[in-house]
Write a protein that binds this ligand. Sequence first.
Ligand code: PMP
Length: 285
Amino acid sequence: YADHDGKIWMDGKLVDWRGANVHVLTHALHYASSVFEGERCYNGKIFLDREHAERLHFSANCLDFQIPYTVEELMAAKAEVLAANNLTDAYVRAFAWRGAGPDMGVASARNPVQVAIAAWHWGNYYGDAKTKGAKLDIAKWKRPSPETIPHQAKAAGLYMICTMSKHAAEAKGCSDALMFDYRGYVAECTGANLFFVKDGEVHTPLADCFLNGLTRQTVIKTLRAKGVTVHERHIMPEELESFQQCWLTGTAAEVTPVGQIGDYNFEVGALTLDIASDYEKLVRA
Ligand code: PMP
C-alpha cells in the first residue's frame, strides 16, 4: 500500500502518497496510541460521513488525546482526498495518533497528535464469500472485559488479538474468526459484527465489550423498521447449532453471509439476502 500513486491528506494538507511518512520513534508505533476509521464512499457520498468523523473524535478522547481538527474539518478533508484521487466509490481510512516528540516513554502528553486520511478502491472485504457465505474459524483469543480496554474506541491496540486470530483462521482456509468474549459469550469477528437468524427472528450479541459497529446499528434499525424482531442479548456458543442463518456486518464487510462456523453450517437464506440488498440500497440512496 505504500508504493502507490495519488495523494494522502496528512496534518492539514495533501501530500504525495509515497511521501506520507512518519518517524520510527512515533509514539503510536511503540504504544498503540492510535485510533482509526474505516468508511466507504458510494456514488461520491461517504455513508455516515459525520458519524465516522465523530467516532474518530470519540476514540481519540477514549485514549486521552484530542484530534486537532473539528468534525467539519475532517469531513472536508475526506472530500478533498476523494477528489484529489478521483474516487467516487472507495474505502476511506481516517486515523490519528500520537507522533514523535519530546516524550519516548509511556506518557506522551507533549508529543504532537497527527492525523491522516487515505482512500483507495477496496472490493469485497471477504472476496467471493460475499455471495457464497464465509467460513469462520473459532478464535483462541477472547474479547477482553470493558474494565481492560476502552471497547467502544476504534483503537489500534484492540486489534492485536484480531490480527493473530485472523492469521490463524486464514491458515486453516477460513475467511475470519469468531471471537468469544471474556465470559465465554459469542462476541464478533476480527473486524465485523455478527447476526444470527432463528425461526424468522434475529439474534445478535449485546455490544457490551466490543465495538458497536455503525453498520450493526444501521442493520438493527433497518430490520426493526421492516417489522423483524431483533434480540440483542448474550449468546452462548452452544446456541450456534440452533441458528439457521448468520451474517457479518461492517463498513468493509457490508453485509456478508456466513456459511459455516467451525462444525456448524448456515444457509445463505432469504432474510440474509434481503438485509444485504436493503443495506446496498441504503448506502447508495
Ligand atoms: N468490530 C470490529 C472489531 C471492527 O473492526 C469493525 C469495523 N470497523 C466492526 C466491528 C464494524 O464496525 P462498523 O460497522 O462501524 O464498520
